[in-house]
Ligand binder design. Structure first.
Ligand code: TEU
Length: 567
């Protein structure tokens, strides 16, 4: 058991997890080793060399625990067992060893805001077994009237009436994901012991799921109208959330040299600071969603009106605050994950400028201040798929949102939201990884559990690795640059031309080192004429157009051109 070490040199405390690049694996869609059409743990192990070659340091593994998969593993029925489809505990140990042998690290996903309704705890609780009665939020009420007006993130009410217990139970997500009652000290003991169990197995940290929802206010008061889901202002950052997370930190994470990153929708920079570091609840990083709302309609992510439009100045304002204003807190920049559509389709151009824009997004991510998170497939520029009907979808949140729109009469058919779904759905991130141009993109020898994106014949790892100018090699070179340049990790961040609609430019400075990053985040030429920056001694570190060095810094930038310059 190695205690956390803080080695302060000059004014920055160096930490391995600050200098790391994290790669997120959605195992169901990564690589299938046994031909059953579902990705698995031996499949991830088979690709460890691939990840090492890419240069990433940490693998975040989405849930692989036993689960009936109502929400693809985020509904856990046994925290100490591996899902059969994914393999065995021995397969998991083989993966951990394979990563550690290469000095890479493994993050597990900690999903303890809720369990599966098939978890033993819930089964015992609904039968009012001694000691388990109060493990979840149970409330009396007539079977046709939920205890309050809270809505679920998966659509519909956050309550379901249970015939066995003849009471309602709370589920902020799917009805097969009942929320745990963290007020109950026995529940917190259970969670601390399962966390310790995994830490003792030698993992390097946790990504903590939906962590700002674990504390609910006394009396579970109704939510005001206008927020989505209804009641979020009541159960987000609840009254005892800091007490619970601090307690978990002191009982577990603080005793190990591990990294923690907490997913927190609905969180501002100011709120985040209260959770981060020793002065907060001991968390290392927060996954916030502020930039994930930049292109949403007025009603939020699932509003079928006003989606898709976003302004670069608004985006810059958000990303700059998170890079500048966290105090001692550390940022976790990302553009995509298993809950978001494909970044090149959303923030870039997945047509004429797919390669240039995918490289620009990589440049932004890997020159940002904080620990960058790369989601599987971004390194080859995977794009959004086409879903022609509800039957094509798997994600309970997308399906739930459409069902809500149909039920409310906001739309009369899928056809009316087809384009919207093909922009916003979580399922875009979950199509199988595209390894080569053979059948099923080399993901499986069987029938893939989810349709492979048609563009796999052009967009795949094998072709990318064979092409030195590919997006893949650009990620590899960028990650190399980041590993060699403390200024890209610890350097201060300063935004230039904040109001420019096309250019995102900023500097990173550390002691006497300075780097300038210029991104033309548009499909049209853009002039960059910085007054107060001395570029006389500058040299190009990396760019996505191969003749950038010859063109200097002050000039017109081509569509989606990205340049990193050492000043
Ligand atoms: O997501 C929690 C969460 O806040 C998001 O679902 C968010 O509400 C949504 O993306 C905004 O539209 C986590 C996991 O990342 C997600 O995959 C799970 O479905 C969810 O928790 C429940 O475990």
């Amino acid at each position: 058991m190695t205690r956390r070490s803080v080695t302060a040199t000059t004014d920055r405390d160096r930490q391995w997890w600050k200098e790391a690049v994290v790669y997120q694996v959605y195992p169901r869609s990564f690589y299938d080793s046994d031909g059953d059409g579902v990705g698995d743990l031996p499949g991830v192990t088979a690709k460890v060399e691939y990840l090492d070659d890419l240069g990433v340091d940490v693998v975040w593994l989405c849930p692989v625990y036993e689960s009936p998969n109502a929400d693809n593993g985020y509904d856990i029925s046994d925290y100490r067992a591996i899902m059969d489809e994914f393999g065995t505990m021995a397969d998991w140990e083989t993966l951990l060893d394979a990563l550690h042998e290469r000095e890479m690290r493994l993050l597990m996903d900690l999903v303890v805001n809720h369990t599966s309704d098939e978890h033993e705890w819930f089964q015992r609780s609904r039968r009012r077994e001694d000691g388990y009665e109060d493990y979840y939020y149970w409330r009396d009420g007539s079977p046709d009237e939920p205890p309050n007006n809270w809505g679920s993130f998966m659509g519909g009410s956050a309550w379901t009436y249970d015939e066995v217990r003849e009471q309602w139970y709370l589920h902020l997500f799917d009805e097969k994901q009942p929320d745990l009652n963290w007020r109950n000290a026995d529940v917190r003991d259970e969670i601390a012991s399962l966390v310790e169990w995994w830490l003792e197995k030698g993992i390097d940290g946790f990504r903590i799921d939906a962590s700002n929802y674990i504390s609910k206010p006394e009396g579970l008061p109704d939510g005001a109208s206008g927020r989505s889901p209804t009641g979020v202002e009541q159960f987000s950052h609840g009254p005892r959330v800091h007490e619970y997370l601090r307690e978990l930190y002191e009982r577990t994470f603080s005793n190990y040299d591990v990294m923690t990153v907490a997913e927190m929708n609905d969180t501002s920079v100011e709120l985040a600071r209260e959770y981060l570091g020793e002065s907060g609840d001991g968390l290392d990083m927060i996954v916030h969603f502020e930039h994930m709302g930049v292109d949403a309609g007025p009603g939020g992510r699932w509003d079928p009106e006003g989606w898709g439009e976003w302004s670069l100045p608004a985006f810059k304002e958000i990303m700059s605050r998170w890079q500048r204003d966290l105090g001692d807190g550390w940022n976790a920049p990302y553009l995509g994950n298993h809950d978001q559509p494909r970044i090149v389709s959303r923030f870039g151009d997945d047509g004429e400028y797919r390669t240039e824009s995918a490289k620009l997004l990589a440049t932004f991510l890997l020159t940002s201040r904080g620990t960058p998170f790369v989601y599987q497939g971004e390194e080859i520029g995977m794009t959004n798929a086409e879903f022609d009907g509800l039957a094509d979808l798997d994600d309970p949140q997308t399906v739930g949102a459409i069902e809500d729109l149909l039920a409310a009469g906001t739309v009369d058919s899928y056809a009316e939201v087809r384009e919207f779904v093909n922009y916003v759905s979580r399922d875009h991130a979950r199509t199988p990884m595209q390894w080569d141009d053979t059948e099923n993109a080399g993901f499986t020898d069987g029938d893939p559990w989810f349709a492979v994106n048609d563009d796999y014949t052009e967009v795949n790892v094998a072709d990318a690795i064979a092409d030195e100018d590919s997006i893949w090699h650009y990620y590899r070179r960028l990650i190399d640059r980041r590993h060699d340049a403390d200024v890209l990790v610890y350097g201060d961040y300063d935004l230039l031309c904040p109001d420019d609609e096309q250019l995102y430019a900023y500097t990173r400075t550390l002691d006497d080192e300075a780097v300038l990053v210029v991104l033309n985040w548009s499909a049209d030429p853009a002039a960059f004429e910085p007054e107060d920056i001395d570029v006389s001694a500058s040299s190009v570190l990396i760019s996505n157009y191969d003749d950038a060095s010859a063109r200097g810094v002050r000039r017109d930038y081509r569509p989606y051109e990205a340049v990193v310059v050492e000043l």
